[in-house]
Design a protein around this ligand. Structure first.
Ligand code: PRX
Length: 690
């Protein structure tokens, strides 16, 4: 595949950029820092000339930020033209209208994501290590070079093709972190199929729901997974799932362990079939806005939504954030310990690092296997440069003696990162001073499945600028955060809290919810017309930095995993003895939050509540996943409802958190005596727990 350069805009060549570089230089003391210094008013939205990004990237980070928001076409256009390899150039940088949910980037361009993640690097350094598979058993890591990963991807792509998978078909991937999982994602990208990775901890029903919603034609899985020395049977979960998925024509089964899997009518032994395929597979040229993947995530209704990401914008955004937020440099070993089943794994284990030609770590194990030094022993052995993980794991690890960290050499570390949930001060300081010896910048990165990549993080910043502990701080290039007040008005000034929105489109943002574009518009663009609503609240500090204050909807975050309380309620409501439930999240010192279920049982003297509660636990586990099972079940006679029938969750939260001293206004309750009833039930529950 050849690189096709953009046609230069003849009259605005280097001279123009010289001017731009001069105009955007960091202002001196007392000089204005308003974005208008970089405003380039009358430029068309056509792609900038080649080589522009190299020039722009010499600007200081604050100047780059200013340019990205004052002239997004030029900023993103030059980054896309120079950082990605195109089969056909795009003719328009963006065509977006947030009020109607129309988002299109790099219009008219064609490219292939797998080429950008593999072939371009194989041409330059085929033997560079692309993946280090840090397998469950320490010291058994497997290294995969870019050449090997390309060959495996091509064999897998040819396998999919030879089984009738074509451009646009959806393929579910139900695998733990492994080189084959990465190759399966890239193989889909190579032929234009759309992958949907389902976290291998989800139950067969949850998997089936996602396969059905996406209409998947095939599933890629393995016989078993191994985590913390525990063997998890994946194939039987897939078998149970596909029984209710008539669209699935093939299940490709790879062998993670020696245990043979029972093979049925749909099953294809993956390694065996791949070995007969060619290691060369031409890459499908894809439109910038063709679908790259769907990733299901929780919202405020019971049904998870298939967040749609497309090709060029997503790839560019993950590669740019990977480089700038983590200060990635050529030759670094990038260690993001997330699972590929989540967006963090997609963006910072696979696409961002591979697009940048990095060596990326695939962490199969747990933070405490075989002991609480596992992460840091891995850092020492693999010489990891960036370590990116979740606060829940840090909160767990800081409870152990610091010697578990200090006995390992962490001198290779340069940047530490945290993601997925608020990081508390204790965890931040422990990570920064014990793990990072106080010398590595620690970036608290805020983003979402829907944003595609990091949107708010302390880096990039002015050279040497201090990081405020436990704060996401600064918007990334192109991100314009806005805080909205209770009446939907944008809040100006600092020291204010509001609903966090983003007022301008950026290339990494989701494009739709699969099969339900209206839900996409309703959830993200209707609440604050013309803005993307994140669902989170935030505080803008006196210095103008952002602090995420948490979800504003009924989504909770359990061990960094996003979960809709409505999903749990839907699972519980399936029990015939349970007419009503309400689930809320309460704080937990390691998991961040845990679900707390209030359950109304049928008035039937024959019911045995402990038996029903066990059945409810099993229901959640089989309908969603084990991590979704509520930590607490409280049986109540009724729920607190307003006269219009709405459950007053605020009251339930106060009861569960034992802060009933100030219940606020309860005058709209249908029968306020319900509050006393629930408080008494909770007191009894507490006494019984002790
Ligand atoms: O509430 C925010 C929280 O996680 C949500 C997004 O979850 P998910 O789509 O699963 O993506 C997680 C990984 C990117 C957000 O709406 N969240 C994420 N990062 C942070 C955070 N909350 C506070 N601080 C963060 N750094």
């Amino acid at each position: 595949m050849q690189r096709i350069n953009m046609a230069p805009l003849s009259s605005r060549g280097t001279g123009f950029f010289r001017t731009l570089l001069t105009r955007c230089r960091t202002p001196g003391p007392g000089q204005s820092r308003t974005p208008d210094r970089c405003r380039l008013s009358s430029l068309p939205s056509s792609p900038p000339p080649p080589g522009t990004w190299q020039q722009l990237s010499r600007l200081s980070h604050p100047d780059l930020y200013r340019l990205s928001v004052t002239d997004p076409d030029r900023f993103w256009g030059s980054a896309a033209a120079d950082r990605l390899r195109w089969v056909e150039p795009f003719h328009r940088v963006r065509d977006c209208d947030l009020s109607s949910g129309r988002i299109s980037w790099f219009v008219g361009g064609k490219l292939n994501v797998s080429v950008n993640c593999l072939d371009v690097h194989v041409e330059k350094h085929p033997d560079r290590v692309a993946l280090i598979w840090e397998r469950d058993e320490p010291g058994t890591e497997v290294k995969v070079t870019y050449r090997e990963l390309l060959e495996t991807t091509c064999r897998l792509a040819n396998t999919l093709k030879s089984h009738g998978i074509q451009k646009g078909d959806r393929v579910a991937i139900y695998m733990p972190v492994s080189p084959l999982a990465v190759a399966a994602m890239l193989a889909c990208a190579r032929i234009g199929a759309v992958h949907t990775v389902v976290f291998a901890g989800f139950s067969s029903e949850a998997l089936a729901g996602r396969i059905q919603d996406a209409g998947c034609k095939a599933v890629v899985t393995c016989n078993q997974g191994v985590r913390g020395a525990r063997v998890i049977d994946l194939k039987s979960t897939v078998d149970a799932a596909v029984k209710s998925c008539p669209t699935v024509q093939h299940v490709f089964v790879s062998q993670r362990t020696q245990q043979p899997a029972a093979m049925g009518r749909l099953d294809v032994p993956l390694e065996e079939v791949m070995s007969r395929q060619s290691s060369v597979c031409p890459a499908e040229p894809l439109d910038s806005e063709d679908l790259l993947f769907l990733l299901y995530t929780s919202g405020s209704t019971g049904k998870p939504k298939g967040v749609v990401h497309t090709q060029a914008g997503y790839l560019l955004y993950t590669s740019l954030t990977h480089q700038y937020v983590f200060d990635y440099r050529d030759g670094d070993v990038f260690g993001c310990v997330a699972d590929v089943g989540w967006i963090t794994g997609h963006s910072y284990v696979v696409y961002g690092p591979l697009c940048n030609g990095a060596t990326t770590v695939l962490f199969e194990s747990t933070p405490v296997y075989p002991n609480p030094g596992r992460y840091w022993e891995t850092v020492q052995r693999l010489r990891i440069s960036q370590f990116y993980g979740a606060p829940t794991a840090l909160r767990l690890l800081l409870k152990y003696d610091d010697s578990w960290v200090k006995k390992y050499d962490r001198s290779s570390l340069r940047t530490l990162g945290s993601v997925g949930e608020p990081i508390n001060h204790e965890a931040w300081h422990w990570f920064h001073s014990v793990v990072g010896e106080g010398r590595c910048p620690l970036v608290d990165t805020w983003w979402q499945t829907e944003t595609g990549g990091v949107c708010i993080a302390p880096r990039p910043a002015e050279e040497g600028a201090a990081i405020v502990p436990a704060m996401a701080m600064r918007p990334f290039f192109g991100i314009q955060p806005v805080l909205m007040g209770e009446k939907g008005e944008p809040l100006s000034g600092n020291s204010v809290s509001g609903a966090l929105c983003i007022s301008q489109p950026w290339p990494g943002m989701a494009r739709s919810i699969y099969g339900d574009h209206q839900r996409f518009i309703d959830a993200y663009f209707k609440p604050y017309p013309g803005n993307y609503f994140t669902g989170d609240g935030a505080f803008r500090s006196e210095e103008g930095y952002y602090q995420i204050t948490g979800r504003m909807d009924d989504v909770i975050n359990v061990s960094g995993h996003r979960l809709g309380t409505a999903e749990i309620e839907d699972a519980l409501d399936e029990h015939p003895a349970v007419p009503e439930t309400a689930v809320i999240g309460i704080p937990h010192d390691i998991k961040g939050e845990v679900p707390f279920a209030f359950v109304v049982l049928k008035d039937d003297p024959g019911l045995d509540p402990p038996v029903v509660l066990q059945q409810l636990r099993n229901l959640v586990s089989t309908k969603i996943a084990k991590y979704a099972v509520p930590d607490h079940f409280l049986v109540v006679k009724r729920l607190p409802k307003t006269r219009s029938g709405k459950i007053m969750r605020r009251i339930l939260r106060k009861v569960a958190m034992e802060t009933t001293g100030d219940l606020g206004d309860v005058s709209t309750l249908d029968d306020p005596s319900v509050v006393k009833e629930i408080i008494e039930a909770h007191e009894l529950y507490r006494k019984q727990k002790k």
